[in-house]
Structures are given as structure tokens and as C-alpha cells.
Design a binder for this molecule. Structure first.
Ligand code: C2E
Ligand code: CA
Ligand code: CA
Ligand code: CA
Length: 279
């Protein structure tokens, strides 16, 4: 028994070590990825429910890993945050999204807003305001076509610097939305403090909307409150027509999800925008 216990302990220890090693090599990999341009942005359309047309896209990062192929952000964002690498990675995302949006506009494609995800660590350790201003300058993108998606953890930091950043960028015309809305625990007080433009209703409420009357009640309440406050709403994770119909009935403004399109490469997005112009 003693022997088995020692083995069990050693096994546990080695598992922990291999996890540390894996994270370390992931961290080194992320640094190399930055230097070697291995990150790419994919884009997912956001559909205006009144007109049925695309009015925005969300930029979603992927890592084109030399051995492992295309990696979803769920596999590396946490390590990027823990190592601080999210700051330069996040800067790249903002620059690339602005560059691409300006490029689509110059090509004469329909003018759409590009929405960019920000991490709380980026706010804590980086200079978001300066980064955004520089990216707008460098790309020539009109600020009204950039939207920044804030998470509750950013707003809960409650620091003056977050507040100032939002205020100053709003003055330029940059838009703000609150991502994953409804999943946090104090979602309402910061709506008063931060003048955001849009609430993104979290997928967890949207997914089973047609089968779960609680989800339906929550979404209806969010939409009503948002409209009373003069905010727009977008539902994410819309996967079928029934969900879409119900969202329409609630007066939700926009929708995003696999029902319309999955996130796609910039090239595929160009074709999509080209087609949406013709229809
Ligand atoms: P998120 O911001 O909540 O993004 C929505 C996620 O849902 C995306 O996953 C998207 O591909 C997925 N999705 C969209 N429509 C549907 C649908 O109809 N059904 C389902 N099941 N999923 C759908 P993705 O691209 O893997 O991104 C995961 C998360 O990684 C994002 O969640 C966001 O928190 C983070 N992320 C992505 N890009 C960035 C980035 O550039 N910077 C930072 N800091 N975080 C990012
Ligand atoms: Ca998002
Ligand atoms: Ca979300
Ligand atoms: Ca999320």
C-alpha cells in the first residue's frame, strides 16, 4: 500500500510537471507566433434584423500553428493573459482589424463595423487608448466603424483608467459593447457608469431559447431594459431559424451565429461582403 501511495504521488507530481512544461512551451510558442506572423483573424457577420443585412463583423483570433494547425483562442488566450503576451497580441488584433476594415471599405465593399475583443489584462498592463488611436491613424479607419467588446471583468476593475479610456475613445466615435451580457453578477450598476452602445446577450441564454422559458424571460428583460436605456442588443450563438424568430419577436436588434455564418477567413469575408452588395 505504501508503495502504491508513493507511486500515486509520483504520478500526480509528473502530471503537474508536464502541465507546467506544456504551458511553458505554449508560452514560448506564442512569442514565436507573434514574431513569425502566425496569428490570423477570422470574421463572423453580425446581421441587422430589421434590414436582414450584414452591418458588422466580430474579429476572432486564431493561431496558425506550424505543427498543430489552426488553433482556437480557447486553447491559448489564458496562457497569453498569464504571461502578459496578451498585450502585444491584443495590439496586433486591434491593428489588423482596423487595417482589414479600412481595406474592405477602400475596395468599395459595404461599410461595416468591426468588433474587437479586449482582455482585462490588456487594460491592466497595456495602454489601450494609445493603441487604438494609433491603429485608427495608421489604417485611416473612421472610428465609428470600430467597436470594442468589453467583458464584465474589465468593467469590474472599476479603475479610473478604464473609465477614462472608454470616455476618450467614445469622444472619437469608437463604439463599445458589453460581451457575454447577463452572465456576470453585477451587470446593471456599470451600465450607469459606462456609456456603452450595445449589449451582447450571452450564447448561454440564446442556445435553448425556444425550449427554456427562463432563458426567454431573461432575454426579453435584457432587450426591454436595453431599449429603455437607449442601447442596442445583439444575440450571439444563434443556430437556427426558430431562435431567430423568437429574438425578432422580442425586438432584438442584431444576431450573430452559425445559423448565418461561421467565423471565416478575411478572404472568405471579402467574398461574402461582395455577394451581400449584389443582393
Ligand atoms: P466570444 O467573444 O464570446 O466569441 C464568441 C465565440 O462563439 C467564438 O468562439 C465564436 O466562434 C463562437 N460562436 C459564434 N457563433 C456561434 C454559434 O452559433 N454557436 C456556437 N456554439 N458558437 C458560436 P471562438 O472564436 O473560439 O472564441 C472564443 C473566445 O475567445 C471568445 O469568446 C473571446 O472571449 C476569445 N477571443 C477571441 N478572439 C479574441 C481576441 O482577439 N482577443 C481576446 N482577448 N479574446 C479573444
Ligand atoms: Ca466577443
Ligand atoms: Ca460573447
Ligand atoms: Ca465568451
Amino acid at each position: 500500500a505504501k508503495e502504491a501511495g508513493r507511486n500515486a504521488y509520483r504520478f500526480f507530481d509528473e502530471t503537474m510537471n508536464s502541465e507546467v512544461v506544456a504551458n511553458l512551451s505554449l508560452r514560448n510558442g506564442l512569442r514565436r507566433a507573434l514574431d513569425n506572423d502566425q496569428f490570423v483573424l477570422h470574421y463572423q457577420p453580425q446581421i441587422d434584423l430589421a434590414s436582414g443585412t450584414v452591418i458588422g463583423v466580430e474579429a476572432l483570433i486564431r493561431w496558425q500553428h506550424p505543427e498543430l494547425g489552426l488553433m482556437a483562442p480557447g486553447r491559448f488566450i489564458t496562457v497569453a493573459e498569464e504571461s502578459g503576451l496578451i498585450v502585444p497580441i491584443g495590439e496586433w488584433v486591434i491593428q489588423e482589424a482596423c487595417r482589414q476594415a479600412a481595406c474592405w471599405q477602400r475596395a468599395g465593399l459595404p461599410k461595416i463595423v468591426v468588433a474587437v475583443n479586449l482582455s482585462a489584462i490588456q487594460f491592466r498592463r497595456g495602454d489601450v487608448e494609445h493603441t487604438v488611436v494609433r491603429a485608427l491613424d495608421a489604417s485611416g479607419l473612421d472610428p465609428q466603424f470600430l467597436e470594442l467588446e468589453l467583458t464584465e471583468s474589465i468593467l469590474l476593475q472599476g479603475t479610473d483608467s478604464v473609465f477614462t479610456t472608454v470616455r476618450e475613445l467614445k469622444k472619437l466615435g469608437v463604439k463599445f459593447s458589453i460581451d457575454d451580457f447577463g452572465t456576470g453578477y453585477s451587470s446593471l450598476s456599470y451600465l450607469k457608469r459606462f456609456a456603452v452602445d450595445k449589449l451582447k446577450i450571452d450564447q448561454s441564454f440564446v442556445r435553448d431559447l425556444t425550449h427554456d422559458s427562463d432563458d426567454a424571460a431573461i432575454i426579453r428583460a435584457i432587450v426591454q431594459m436595453a431599449h429603455s436605456l437607449g442601447l442596442r442588443t445583439i444575440a450571439e450563438g444563434v443556430e437556427n431559424e426558430n431562435v431567430l424568430e423568437q429574438l425578432r419577436g422580442f425586438g432584438c436588434n442584431e444576431a450573430q451565429g452559425y445559423h448565418f455564418e461561421r467565423p471565416m477567413s478575411a478572404e472568405a469575408m471579402s467574398d461574402y461582403l461582395e455577394k451581400s452588395r449584389q443582393s
